[in-house]
Design a protein around this ligand. Sequence first.
Ligand SMILES: [Zn+2]
Length: 282
Amino acid sequence: MACAAGCVHFVGVDPLAPQVRSLQRSVALPWLEPGDMPGRTEITAGQLVIHADFPVAHQHRLIRELESLRADVSQTLGLPISDEPVHLYLFENPTRYDEFVARRFPGFPARRAFFVETDTSLSVFAAWQDRVAEDLRHETTHGYVHAVVPALPLWLDEGIAEYFELPRAEGGEHKAHAAHLAGRLIEGTWQPDMQRLEAITSAADLSQDHYAEAWCWVHWLLATPDRRALLQEYLADVRRDATTAPFSIRLRHAPGMPADITAAVKAHVQALAGESETAFDH
Ligand SMILES: [Zn+2]
């Protein structure tokens, strides 16, 4: 669900690294004590290292799903697989998670889960609650992608995570986002505009509309082999060179794209929303 998850990137300072932790402890910052981290269970599942407040079985359906998400993300986006660990810190309930976030990351916007990238680690923090599966698919996707493409543009990062947060059987089709955007089109209050998304550089500035639109572009791009190849080439280029020109420029000049891309994306949203309505009718 949009806005529930958030991505926060620390660069150059790792609040979880032992040397930093001991340094901070020496200046008596109680929120950096390791005792409040989930640590009762630690299991490894592929690239994931799961630290939890409670016993977690390797065989748990969600753990298996998160593990297989690695190959889905890699194959869909044409990215290599990395062995860099993605740490998942799972809190037994929202109260304990909220207290941890308030202590360790004061000033953070309220989020059910979040992803932290530092110069030395990739970490996800989440509470075990009703929507933990969706949240963990979203945040773990960030981890898998960032392990190989650290400098992904924000809109694309979120669009990809929204696409993969759905159960696999949904095929990336986010019905709530499609319905939301289709409603905005009827109201006349929204138009697809990738350049507007590209201009947003802070996760705090992302609204529900932005998450939905970012998903929409990613879904549209992945819907045909030509467009999927274009996205894959772009990701490969960003991986090599973080200063790669924005995707919107490449899209505009790519051969075989519709003359009116805005109209094509609007039609895509309307078709998806129409399909959902038909499905609900039966
Ligand atoms: Zn996210």
